[in-house]
Design a protein around this ligand. Sequence first.
Ligand code: HEM
Length: 136
Amino acid sequence: MTDETNLIAWSLEEVAERHGDPTQAVYDRLFAKSPEMAELFIGDKTGAARGEMLAVVFRTLLDFSSEGAFGANMVRAEIINHEGIGVPPKVFTTFFATVMETMRDLLGEDWTPPVAAAWDELLVGLDAAIHRETAA
Ligand code: HEM
């Protein structure tokens, strides 16, 4: 690993390589923590929307962590889109934290201090983007 390595990208790739698709693990964790969230996904019988959404969330996190404009715009757009389906902005913080916690569990001993720090920095940045949007 070099200083140039994007540790967020590394975490997502490593988890996929070792454990396959983490969709189930992320949503199981989310619904255990916030059972009321499960009701929002009641129409998603096959889980296709959950899978597609997480794929877009990963793309958003990757872009955000490399300081691209797409990530911040995506968060902004999805906060507005999701308000229409009853998802309040503050839940975005819960969701991103759930993704981080799932990665932490799945990486086990490879959740090293630099990896943890990269995720901390990402979550702080995302929170700022969420607050900017809701304060606007
Ligand atoms: C940046 C963050 C997010 C992104 C990029 C995102 C993206 C998406 C996308 C692309 C879809 C459409 C999926 C499809 O129908 O194929 C979707 C649907 C949905 N999202 Fe999100 N989402 C985000 C955050 C959240 C959060 C925090 C929640 C709350 C738990 C949430 C709840 C939902 C629900 C309930 C649906 C509809 C599922 C259905 O069709 O039944 N999303 N999201």
